[in-house]
Design a protein around this ligand. Structure first.
Ligand SMILES: [Mg+2]
Length: 435
């Protein structure tokens, strides 16, 4: 849709409100609304002014005024609001220079796509994400000087089997949520409703199913799309999943590890490079991959010291892609996809070989063999140290600015690592209270 198409689309849907959205540094969708009468052809050139001083990780007070430029290709009708509401995703630009704001994650994704085209290696990168999440019925938590706790409940949780009243008994056994039919699967209809709303909003979906985690874990897979479209799609995906659940009196979380002793939620990301509509990852190397695909994998592995498993799904050349499994669905998709593309391209450029394939279950390896398998950093702190030591590949072509990397590291340190580090962990009372 172009700008004229958006205005026609808005009129046809009797739109009353325009809701403009953008993503903050950690990855939460932010929004500001206008009466639809504020939107006309000039809005797409002039943008909408807003105060960005309170947006996490963005500008300081003295440079707080910013413009949001609506992207007409992102328009969709919000399926949840009472008044007909047209949503567009915007790009943040400096009102004086009109240059893209360097800390806007969507701008990073756009620059990564432009860098790919300029590199001559390929003209299109496709990304397809399989996000997992938990559906809970009751969530409470607090963090104070004298106490800190979380409590989550899921009607599907096996722990509810002993409840004396209002109990129909059908629940997946622990780690057996993948995937008996209803009534053991409580969420078939809810996932279908999520998928129907996503399709109506323009997102292509491949499948949905219960996941291994018994207490309400689910997966919905989006069909691959270009890097930017896939990242925009992931923001819409999370919005629609959360709001569909919320309306049904449920709560969804994408945090990677909400439960002890059960599966966490990951987000496998399928990636492939194309030129002139032809797939570049199919070839005669290992698993029917091309040399370029292997080098791309080499780049991913080099830059994410990784236990990453990647899999190939089908003999069709169009379906040849790499699957990178370490990401989780709480990541900022614009940054994660852009960073993965930059790592892969670095591998292609430098012809980094990924090493010999390890066609074994690495969880079953022991001793010397296990010691030879490199692992990912075990903490956020360690991963930030790895980023500080290795980020030149992200700066290529100005895709990530140095200021962005520095801001990311200091933001995470100050707002996430330090606050967690300074608090006693509840389990420490279990271990040490009587010592
Ligand atoms: Mg899965």
């Amino acid at each position: 849709m172009n700008s004229t198409g958006v205005l026609e689309f808005a009129a046809k849907n009797k739109t009353q409100i325009l809701d403009l959205r953008f993503v903050d540094l950690p990855g939460i969708w932010q929004h500001v609304s206008f009466p639809i009468s504020e939107l006309d052809e000039s809005s797409f050139k002039d943008g909408f002014g807003f105060d960005a001083s309170s947006i996490r990780g963005w500008a300081s007070i003295h440079e707080s005024d910013m413009l949001l430029m609506p992207d007409p290709s992102t328009a969709f009708m919000d399926p949840f609001r009472e008044a007909p509401t047209l949503v567009m995703i915007g790009d943040a630009v400096d009102p004086l220079t009109r240059k893209p704001y360097g800390r806007d994650p969507r701008g990073v994704a756009k620059r990564a796509e432009a860098y790919l085209e300029k590199s001559g290696i390929a003209d299109t990168a496709y990304f397809g994400a399989e996000a997992e999440f938990f559906i809970f019925d009751n969530v409470h938590f607090d963090s104070a000087p004298q106490h800190g706790f979380y409590f989550v409940d899921a009607e599907e949780g096996r722990w509810n089997s002993a409840r004396e009243t209002n109990n129909l008994g059908y629940r997946p056994r622990v780690k057996e949520g993948y995937f008996p039919v209803p009534p053991t699967d409580h969420y078939q209809d809810l996932r279908t409703e999520m998928v129907q709303r996503m399709i109506a909003a323009g997102i292509d979906i491949e499948c949905h199913h219960h996941e291994v985690g018994g207490p309400g874990q689910a997966e919905i897979d989006m069909r691959y799309n270009t890097l930017l479209k896939s990242a925009d799609g992931m923001m819409m995906y999370k919005y629609i999943v959360r709001n569909t659940a919320y309306r049904a009196g449920k709560s969804v979380t994408f945090m990677p590890k909400p439960l002890f002793g059960d599966n966490g939620s990951g987000m496998h990301v399928h990636q492939s490079l194309w030129a002139n509509k032809k797939p570049l990852f199919a070839g005669d190397e290992y698993a029917g991959l091309s040399e370029m695909a292997l080098h791309y994998a080499g780049g991913l592995l080099k830059h994410a010291p990784a236990l990453a498993a990647f899999a190939v799904y089908s003999p069709s050349p169009k379906a040849k892609r790499l699957e990178f499994r370490p990401p989780d669905p709480s990541c900022n998709p614009y940054l994660a996809f852009a960073a993965m593309l930059m790592a892969g391209l670095d591998g292609v450029k430098k012809k980094i070989h990924p090493g010999q394939p390890l066609d074994k279950d690495i969880y079953e390896l022991h001793g010397e063999e296990a010691a030879k398998v490199p692992t990912l950093p075990g903490s956020l702190d360690a991963s930030l140290a790895a980023l500080e030591a290795d980020h030149q590949f992200l700066l290529e072509g100005g895709v990530f600015e140095k200021d962005f990397i520095d801001t990311w590291v200091s933001y995470k340190q100050k707002n996430e690592i330090d606050p967690v580090r300074m608090r006693p962990h509840p389990h420490e009372f279990h271990l040490y209270y009587d010592i």
